[in-house]
Design a protein around this ligand. Structure first.
Ligand code: HEC
Ligand code: HEC
Length: 232
């Protein structure tokens, strides 16, 4: 049993001790906030993007940092997951990426507004949220770029357009997205003419397909087909 004075000392030491620990941890958290939120990197463009985000109520369907509605995909790491060029095509016209199933609103953004929205999403994606959300299930374009030499050799030879746009939907040797099928061995399923036709107008080849028509310029298409033919 503690005597009355011992109890008093115990109370004071414990209370002051733990208050000290609490204050130190609070101070430490406050100290880390600017670094974790990346506040130095909020550009004018990201700020404008944030206003668009609020004004258009994107959170009515999406979450960022876990906040918002669960109708549509989490967007905290959208830039890492999809890459800037993919997002640009999508935000210009969501149905261009998801033919026949437009569930996202067509906002008719200007190119500048799209730049701002992407800047905002990029800033959000760089917040250090202690690992939240978990790694995207689609291997992120940025991570593949960062992996550099570790990416399979065949991908290092891929055209830029493939890496910037196609890859966030398709995987090769396990690297890439899973919105579309893996493209390993695609040269055994399609010949050169078929690949050209497919990339020029997927709907014409397979009506109702969910592969987007990306309106590729002919030289880009040729470069892609030449490379796809190496996947055998
Ligand atoms: C009515 C609900 C709704 C609203 C509002 C909405 N979205 Fe979406 N969004 C979707 C759906 C659904 C998808 C998934 C694509 C699909 O299934 O068509 C999507 C997909 C996206 C994607 C691509 C994510 C990925 O990795 O595939 C981005 C980026 C995006 N939305 C940004 C926005 C922004 C920015 C706003 C506000 C300006 C917004 N969305 C408002 C429903 C919505
Ligand atoms: C928005 C996601 C998306 C993007 C971007 C995309 N694809 Fe696809 N792709 C798909 C889907 C989904 C299918 C399956 C379509 C079907 O079965 O009807 C597909 C099918 C294919 C096929 C046929 C594969 C097979 O074995 O049947 C090829 C080849 C292909 N895509 C190449 C490409 C190339 C090259 C690009 C870039 C120029 C690209 N895709 C961009 C979603 C995408």
């Amino acid at each position: 049993m503690l005597s009355k004075s011992q109890a008093k000392v115990f109370f004071l030491v414990a209370t002051l001790g733990f208050s000290g620990v609490f204050l130190a941890l609070t101070f430490d958290t406050m100290r880390q906030i600017p670094e974790q939120t990346n506040s130095a990197e909020i550009s004018e463009s990201a700020l404008r993007g944030r206003h668009i985000w609020d004004r258009k109520n994107c959170m009515g369907c999406h979450t960022i940092l876990g906040e918002g509605a669960y109708y549509a995909p989490e967007l905290t790491r959208a830039v890492e997951r999809r890459g800037e060029e993919w997002l640009r095509i999508f935000l210009r016209d969501p149905e261009a990426m998801y033919p026949g199933r437009r569930r996202m609103i067509q906002y008719n953004f200007t190119e500048d507004e799209i730049t701002d929205v992407i800047a905002f999403l990029e800033w959000i994606g760089n917040i250090d949220a202690n690992g939240f959300p978990f790694d995207p299930d689609m291997a992120p374009t940025a991570a593949i770029a960062a992996a550099g030499a570790e990416a399979p050799e065949v991908l290092q030879a891929a055209p830029t357009y493939y890496r910037n746009v196609c890859q966030s939907c398709h995987a090769v040797e396990g690297f890439g997205g899973n919105t579309g099928p893996a493209l390993d061995g695609v040269a055994t399923r399609f010949n050169e003419a078929e690949l050209h036709q497919w990339l020029a107008d997927p709907q014409a080849v397979r009506p109702g397909t969910t592969m987007p028509n990306l309106n590729l310029a002919e030289d880009v298409r040729t470069e892609l087909v030449t490379w796809l033919l190496t996947l055998d």
